[in-house]
Design a protein around this ligand. Structure first.
Ligand code: GLN
Ligand code: ZN
Length: 867
């Protein structure tokens, strides 16, 4: 016999039975693109630098996509998304899809390739990039589409269809290898009862045996039938799922994914009127023009074999006026006939859907499912209870895509069971709260993280397993081991002494009732400070960091790796500070900084010295394009074991007679740029950080530092999406800032710095921070800031609108700066105006910084003589 079979002459009993499939489906809204080790980042950057080819970039991207799809399939996820990969940004992908390329990029039709695509994203030698802005309240940034009445939409990028096909493809050689292995596997196990468990499904073969005479036939039948199945059937169908799973196990894809598109209405609402088009232009008036392209895409996806499509319409969670809601109704009834024969899910995320929007949403034509963020959507449950259309699917986003904490599986299961009671087992789909794009990629690579803390976490890869485990549990196939490990981790997190610090808890709770303001008003304080500091009118300063040279980074790295001693390190940093101080004296700057040479990052530096923080090695999250950030994890009560900056600041002060600014990061910014614990309200964590920073401020004051800058670069970033929640946030955020410095003397001058431009709507909160001097990024948005200045005049605090843009290598001339300052003087009184660049200088080179600052000081001096 050809096969090593010990069993002959027996009745063929070949039971091939599949235990009932997990009847509750699972779904992932979207997945990080960067790769577990930022593979895409490095590949993109090497391509941009001309060091590698487009083919190489395509290959890295395809490998990332297939490994993500396989991973989800292995985990047992039913609805696996495609087209959530992007070379830069999914909104830009949509701009390419609909061919809305601004004319300045010289696109002449045809399929949009890397050239045009990356020019829009990053600019090219002759044209700057398109504008980028924050994606809702995340730290992800998208490329803002520029539209006008004349835009000609056309189907110009087939990426969505291509990715769908890519996921679906099964290669012939792969399949043959699989069948041979499968056959040998069958023979090997003759006589046993087999139970093969994969991704939560069980394949059972009872008293498995084969007769040699029939082996050939069986092989033949299996081969033909399986090939047919793989070719012709819907692999997402339960009875073929076993085959699908086995096929995937052997490295083939064969996945029928859900293609994800940014929905047409959200796309328009996230756009802006192109240059030269009136601001009042109605972007929604373009809906008629854009829908034909969506129809083409849908038709193509349908013929490629898609049975589901996901439209992301996250703008539905915003406060939308009724005409905007009507646009949804209109757009989806227009699409209805194209969508027939397809299942369509509309995904919403980042908050609950307001009542009116909910009504609009669930009444949309042509739609079969609705996705909700059940983590941030605090009222969604009530909405669903109040009415959910029968026969429609509910995609229940219970696994948090915005954070890194392990899901509370028991609690989620409760929620899901409640929902199941409303919509039925067949219609509930377990999902993530939003795309996993906003969390870290894979915990497996965190080899340095403390074991206990690690057990509390789940990154994207682990969240996929959580979603699947919940779907199985809801189907009555609870993985007890998985659930009890999860419960144990939660119990350990609750009771761990490293989480709770009672003294800190008490101190933070005690803060809530009172106001924490400095005793005197700002004008009185500024008088006292003027006498003490003796500064000229239009004082000059910089905002903290000086250029971070390669040598400097090397010194820090070597010290961290213990390759150089502490003494050597301190000496190297001291030399650097000395250099920066001498330079500022030569430039004749009035209020100096030490240059922050000891800091790699303005949050990490403090997090590393505070207790309650943990750091990852690969916990990167995409910020924009190839840029990623690695937020610290705040897991416990925050306290400051010892002073963090006093050593360096007093060393720097000892090198000069001029005032040396102490330099701190504020509590709100530390909070907003971290992964924050979810076991207490955010404001409580913020108050704890505020207390730690307060200790630092007071120690700096004691050490003789009389000007202290507390950066709140990210204050506005934390602003909730919904207006109804903004006042509360601003209240505790501003309060937290005041806590840090309410106890200092009148003669101590508190500065703050913010580097965003859109604060017209929060100006009163900024004033309420009660800082003595506010410096703001300004060089790109003069008019907008005018109102801020006016308010400032009333308020009386010092104001330092940036006088030149540090984000560009261009060196501004003295005349240009003087001109700018003059314009500011037309609005502001001279006795409150400061002269400074618009942000820290760490990304610039000394060759740019020296002449730029020298021109800035010269401009200030010139204007002083003219006042
Ligand atoms: N003090 C910080 C620096 O100069 C401020 C940076 C920022 O606001 N982003 O680097
Ligand atoms: Zn800044």
């Amino acid at each position: 016999s050809l096969f090593p079979s010990p069993v002959t002459n027996r009745l063929i009993r070949f039971h091939f039975r599949l235990r009932t499939m997990a009847s509750v489906a699972s779904h992932i809204v979207g997945y990080p693109r960067m790769g577990p080790k930022r593979e895409l980042k490095f590949s993109l950057e090497s391509f941009w630098d001309g060091k590698s080819s487009a083919e190489e970039l395509h290959k890295v991207a395809a490998d990332l996509r297939s490994s993500i799809w396989k991973q989800m399939a292995d985990a047992g996820i039913k609805y696996i998304p495609s087209n959530t990969f992007s070379y830069y940004d999914q909104v830009l992908d949509t701009t390419a899809m609909v061919g809305a390329v601004p004319p300045r990029y010289g696109w002449n039709g045809g399929e949009i390739g890397f050239d045009v695509y990356f020019s829009m994203a990053r600019g090219n030698a002759s044209v700057p990039a398109m504008e980028m802005t924050k994606w809702f309240d995340t730290n992800y940034h998208y490329i803002v589409p520029e539209l006008g009445p004349d835009v000609k939409f056309s189907y110009a990028s087939h990426k969505a269809v291509n990715e769908f096909k890519e996921a679906k493809a099964v290669s012939m050689p792969d399949l043959l290898i699989f069948l041979i292995i499968f056959w040998f596997g069958l023979v090997w196990f003759e006589g046993y009862t087999l139970k093969i468990t994969m991704g939560g499904y069980v394949l059972k073969l009872n008293h498995f045996s084969l007769s040699p005479s029939l082996k050939g036939v069986v092989t033949w039948t299996l081969t033909v039938r399986m090939w047919n199945r793989v070719q012709a059937v819907d692999l997402a169908e339960p009875k073929y799922l076993s085959i699908r799973i086995l096929v995937q196990k052997w490295g083939m894809l064969g996945i029928e994914s859900i293609p994800v598109l940014v929905g047409p209405v959200s796309y328009l609402l996230l756009s802006k009127p192109a240059k030269g088009i009136e601001k009042s232009f109605s972007l929604l008036s373009l809906v008629e023009n854009i829908l034909p392209v969506y129809k083409e895409v849908v038709a193509e996806l349908k013929s490629a074999g898609a049975s589901w499509i996901q439209f992301d319409e996250p703008t539905l969670v915003m406060d939308l006026e009724s005409h905007k809601l009507q646009a949804f109704t209109h757009a989806y009834s227009e699409l209805e006939s194209s969508l027939s024969g397809l299942n369509v899910v509309i995904e919403t995320y980042f908050a609950d859907v307001p009542v009116e929007a909910y009504k609009t949403l669930i009444a949309l034509k042509g739609v079969t499912g609705f996705g909700f963020d059940l983590v941030r959507g605090t009222r969604t449950l009530d909405l669903i209870k109040s009415g959910f259309p029968s026969g429609k699917h509910l995609f229940a986003g219970v696994v948090d895509g915005r954070n890194i904490w392990a899901n509370d599986l028991a609690a989620s299961l409760n929620t899901l069971q409640a929902l199941e009671g409303i919509v039925g087992k067949e219609k509930i789909v377990v999902s993530t709260s939003c795309s996993l794009l906003h969390t870290a990629v894979d915990l497996v690579y965190e080899t340095k993280l403390d074991k206990e803390i690690k057990s509390w976490l789940a990154f994207a890869a682990q969240k996929v397993d959580e979603v699947n485990a919940l779907a199985n549990a809801l189907s009555g196939q609870k993985d007890e081991a998985f659930f009890s490990a999860n419960a144990a981790a939660h119990a350990s997190r609750k009771s761990s002494p490293r989480v709770t610090n009672e003294a800190v808890q008490k101190a933070a709770t005690a803060l809530k009732g009172s106001d924490h303001r400095r005793a005197t008003n700002v004008s009185a304080r500024l008088d006292a400070q003027r006498k003490k500091l003796n500064l000229p009118i239009l004082p000059t300063t910089t905002l903290g960091s000086f250029p971070q040279t390669i040598e400097l980074r090397k010194v820090r790295r070597e010290y961290k790796a213990r390759k150089i001693s502490e003494d050597e390190y301190v000496k190297a940093i001291e030399e650097e500070i000395n250099k920066v101080v001498k330079l500022q004296e030569e430039l004749d700057i009035d209020v100096l900084v030490h240059g922050e040479p000891e800091r790699n990052d303005m949050v990490e530096y403090f997090g590393e010295q505070l207790s309650g923080f943990a750091f990852t090695i690969n916990g990167w999250v995409q910020s924009y394009g190839s840029r990623c950030v690695k937020p610290p994890i705040i897991y416990g009560d925050v306290s400051r074991p010892e002073a963090m900056t006093v050593f360096w600041s007093s060393m720097a002060q000892s090198m000069t007679c001029r005032p040396m600014k102490g330099m701190l990061t504020g509590p709100v910014t530390i909070l907003n740029w971290s992964f924050v614990r979810n076991d207490q309200p955010r404001f409580e964590t913020c108050y704890q950080i505020a207390l730690a920073i307060k200790n630092e401020v007071e120690d700096l004051e004691k050490a003789g530092i009389s000007v202290i800058q507390i950066d709140e670069a990210a204050l506005r970033e934390g602003l909730p999406l919904r207006k109804s929640e903004q006042a509360l946030y601003l209240d505790w955020a501003v309060h937290s800032f005041r806590i840090t410095n309410c106890g200092v003397k009148d003669t101590s001058q508190i500065h703050t710095h913010m580097c965003y431009s859109n604060f017209n709507d929060i100006i009163h909160s900024i004033i309420d921070m009660d800082a003595d001097v506010i410096s703001i990024e300004n060089s790109r948005s003069d008019e907008k800031l005018l109102s801020v200045f006016r308010e400032g005049v009333k308020y009386g605090a010092g104001i330092g609108p940036g006088v030149y843009d540090i984000h560009s290598p261009r060196i501004p001339s003295m005349e240009e700066i003087a001109d700018r300052v003059k314009k500011m003087l037309a609005v502001l009184e001279s006795n409150i105006l400061w002269v400074n660049p618009d942000c820290g200088l760490k990304t610039r080179k000394y060759g740019e910084v020296k002449p730029a600052l020298s021109n800035m000081v010269a401009a200030a001096k010139l204007l002083r003589t003219q006042l």
